[in-house]
Ligand binder design. Sequence first.
Ligand code: FDA
Length: 585
Amino acid sequence: MADIRTDVLVIGTGPAGSATAALLSTYGVENMVVNRYRWLANTPRAHITNQRTMEVLRDLGREVEAEAYLHCTEQELMGENIFCESLAGEEIGRMKSWGNHPLSRAEHQLSSPCMMNDLPQTYMEPILFKTACSRGTQPRMSTEYLRHEQDADGVTTTCLDRLTGKEITIRSKYLVGADGGNSRVAEHAGLPFEGQMGVGGSMNILFRADLSRYVAHRPSVLYWVMQPGADVGGIGMGLVRMVRPWNEWLIVWGYDINQPAPVVDDAFATEVARQLVGDPELEIELISANTWTVNNMYATHMQKGRVFIMGDAAHRHPPSNGLGSNTSIQDGFNLAWKLAAVVKGQAGPGLLETFSVERAPIAKQIVTRANQSIGEFGPIFEALGMTGGTDVEKIQASMDARCDATPQAERQREAIRQAIAFKKYEFDAHGVEMNQRYKSSAAVTEGQMEPAFELDSELHYQPTTWPGARIPHCWIYDHAGKKHSTLDLTGKGRFTILTGISGEGWAVAAAKAGKALGIDIATVVIGPRRAFVDHEGEWARAREVGDSGCVLVRPDHHVAWRAEEMVADPAGELTRVLSTILDRN
Ligand code: FDA
């Protein structure tokens, strides 16, 4: 007999676990979350927070979104991305990043109601965790997952209560392993992985020092320091990362993974900080230091029966592109509504299988991208003549050569410019962040061809209502002229139909289909003298269906199905499609 019972047990209170718990509680699903420590992340770790993640927070509630903006460093202060010999030393180049180039800024504004920002994990986790617990999640800290066993009806998980030293058992219908990069849940479930752990070594040095005089005039999250030895291990370069402007910092510096990890004490940390900042007198207040390894590994399947893995448990990669916590939270957005539908008896277990079908390809994509981004520093090193040795004088001479008035130096300058510009695949890869399209039985295309990307799909987001894609963001207006995003009118744990005046029949059909299936389907009719008006014609241009057609949107904003025009039996069609998606056949 288990000590505790709940519907969904989540292991881990990181971005993945806390977001999943917050969503489950918002959807009214009983859940419990455990963490082996007594509190949440104690170092800033993830920080780049992309628009898609902010959309998840917005879906949790405008107050949740607002709290993130309250604590974040706003986008305007994120974007100069400096490459330099040291913070005090010569600047080698820079690129506008994270949506701060005017053209990129326009793409950001056009694609989402939310703004990218910099929110360290030490701020993000408490927001998600508080949202979860205040809405019903039962937290259990100092509780360490040990093992689990599943049977036809549920999962029995054994944890260690670290306060009493006693083992406890928790019986749940489902178990979610959001237990990070060394996931025991993934291991115990025997889930398949590809790739390799520990391909590079890195150290984090977290400290306080007012560096305003070196950075405030060129605000950025990241200052890349090109010094001899910078290409060893880690993320491929010395990095001085802003945690709070401009007095809290995190230095990331590589070490040779084939050597023992260095002991980072006060003296060592101060030396590295002085070297990268370029100020031999710099005094720092060391907050903490730790070493970590660069991983290149992803799960090719994220479910075993009633057990799921998500976040770093499923995708393990370096921080390049800032995808870790973002993808983790987005995993939660994909799984939570499906678990809710199944726990509430609205869907069959087949719906849960679409989680892995939809998210495992994303895991592969982001792990590959993040590791590729490290390699893409190579051309910068090559252009500067920094590869192939540790002879400091020789390297300095190669770097200095770029200032000469010779054809060779001209070519070198051009190579440096091109190599830095190419880093947009890491620092301004809007498509990687926003273009996730799902292919599974929970996105019914009925043979409609996926629209090809007209521009580079890693750099540019391309909106479409093709089933599987996220609903395009358009501003539409209520009677008072107040604007609402199409993402505001969808989501929130339920299916929504968007249609035009000629499609009003879908509203009646949705009510019928919803009744037949025992689910709540919202309908939004967009047109003059209706609840919402498309004053600027944005939705009409984006919807890719006729006025009498409809777009059926899943609780996670992804399009479930669409109809070009009104059909003979709309209620029958909706019931048929939703029965497929919800595995009710
Ligand atoms: P996470 O590791 O955060 O959480 C795991 C949870 O499980 C913790 O609560 C842990 O205590 C708990 N746990 C583990 N084992 C347990 C057990 N046996 N029993 C009970 N509890 C257990 N990402 C990003 O999106 N943008 C960025 O800019 C960066 N930058 C960045 C910089 C640096 C230096 C690092 C090291 C990492 C990043 N990341 C990042 C990555 C990011 O930190 C990471 O991807 C997320 O924290 C993953 O979130 P999860 O919730 O999956 O795991």
